[in-house]
Design a protein around this ligand. Structure first.
Ligand SMILES: NC(=O)c1ccc[n+]([C@@H]2O[C@H](COP(=O)([O-])OP(=O)(O)OC[C@H]3O[C@@H](n4cnc5c(N)ncnc54)[C@H](OP(=O)(O)O)[C@@H]3O)[C@@H](O)[C@H]2O)c1
Length: 328
């Protein structure tokens, strides 16, 4: 591997641009290529971020010999197909969340990565900023006592409601759960593992996908996760994790954590402001590069087995609602 790790970005939309920006603050990363469905978009993206190789197809990007790792930044319904394309071309892959549409797709992605001994990780970027590292540290050192509950939400109101766009279109696996509900669900998994009981309800919008939903998980030992997601309202975006000794609040916007506040049972508090450099996407990219340099094929912080388990939980939620996407 060359000194800098050479990135290719598959897709040229909003989040592709966010990762390109994130890479620009990492001295050991180099954005060398972009692949798009059109030469025009590839060129525009290449101009914007100074990426020399502009490919008019995802296949051409996957086969670019100058690329070490590909970031998959297409709508959910394409994650499996695009990830397999890159893995089969011998590339390491960081694929946006949700890792795919369902657990069956994710299991296949993981199978191929392991069989070919290639790096693969779900781009759950909220796990990697220093704020979330601090959450894990405080829990590990026992500052909260035994964990008993999580309260978490993620809701926003899109500027326009485009039935064809990826948020509302069933053909693109739209809906709040897969797009943003996954953040609380993934955090619950990080804290408690897979739930043993799921109680959920949803509001089905006119395109047929979940525009709002609520999720209540019971975990082994009785701990609870109380969560909701919305594409109809700007929610607080706050997290509170409560243990037997104290509670921990991740200040809003919690999914870009910049401060956590520990409140003990005697109501004494300690606030930990934490750095948040770049646009935040640099942290997950730095983790990918650290692992690739050490020869690791997956992350302990966002492991492939956990990504499968999270997808199984989301499958179970959708099964309760009776929401199936056309490609399933
Ligand atoms: N981590 C985060 O905070 C975060 C935030 C937002 C989104 N995401 C994830 O990133 C993924 C992409 O989201 P986004 O907001 O970047 O979407 P977007 O702006 O619509 O971009 C998606 C890109 O995918 C490509 N694409 C291929 N087939 C497409 C199709 N049928 N319809 C639309 N685009 C298609 C297009 O690139 P070309 O035209 O160049 O091929 C498009 O620009 C989603 O899975 C989402 O969950 C993550």
């Amino acid at each position: 591997m060359t000194e800098k790790i050479r990135w290719g970005i598959l897709g040229s939309g909003r989040i592709a641009k966010a990762l390109a920006e994130g890479l620009s603050v990492l001295p050991d990363a180099e954005l060398v290529a972009v692949g798009s469905r059109s030469q025009e978009s590839a060129d525009a993206f290449g101009d914007l971020f100074d990426a020399p190789n502009r490919h008019p197809s995802y296949e051409a990007l996957a086969n670019d010999p100058e690329v070490d790792v590909v970031y998959v930044a297409t709508p959910h319904n394409l994650h499996q197909e695009n990830t397999l394309l890159c893995l089969n071309a011998g590339k390491a892959v960081l694929c946006e969340k949700p890792f795919a549409v369902n657990a069956k797709q994710v299991r296949e992605m993981v199978r191929v990565a392991r069989e070919r001994d290639l790096f693969l990780m779900e781009g759950m970027w909220a796990r990697f900023p220093p704020g979330m590292v601090k959450v894990r540290e405080l829990i590990a050192e026992g500052a909260l006592g035994e964990l008993r509950s999580l309260q978490a939400d993620f809701g926003f109101k899109p500027k326009e409601k485009d039935p064809e766009g990826r948020l509302f279109n069933p053909a693109l696996a739209g809906g709040s759960l897969l797009d943003i509900g996954i953040y609380p669900v993934s955090l619950s998994s990080m804290l408690f593992g897979k739930p043993e009981e799921i109680v959920t309800t949803w509001h089905r919008g006119e395109t047929g996908v979940d525009e709002q939903a609520a999720y209540l998980f019971k975990h082994p030992g009785g701990a609870l996760s109380v969560m909701h997601s919305s594409l109809q309202a700007q929610t607080a975006q706050e997290v509170v994790i409560a243990g037997t000794e104290s509670r921990l609040r991740i200040e809003r916007p919690c999914w870009r954590p910049q401060a956590v506040v520990l409140t003990r049972n005697d109501e004494s508090t300690e606030r930990f402001p934490l750095p948040f450099e770049g646009n935040g996407f640099n942290y997950e990219a730095a983790e990918v590069m650290r692992l690739m340099r050490s020869g690791k094929k997956e992350s302990d912080i966002m492991s492939l087995d956990e990504s499968i388990a999270i997808m199984e939980t989301m499958d179970a939620i959708r099964a309760q609602w009776g929401l199936r996407y056309p490609m399933e």
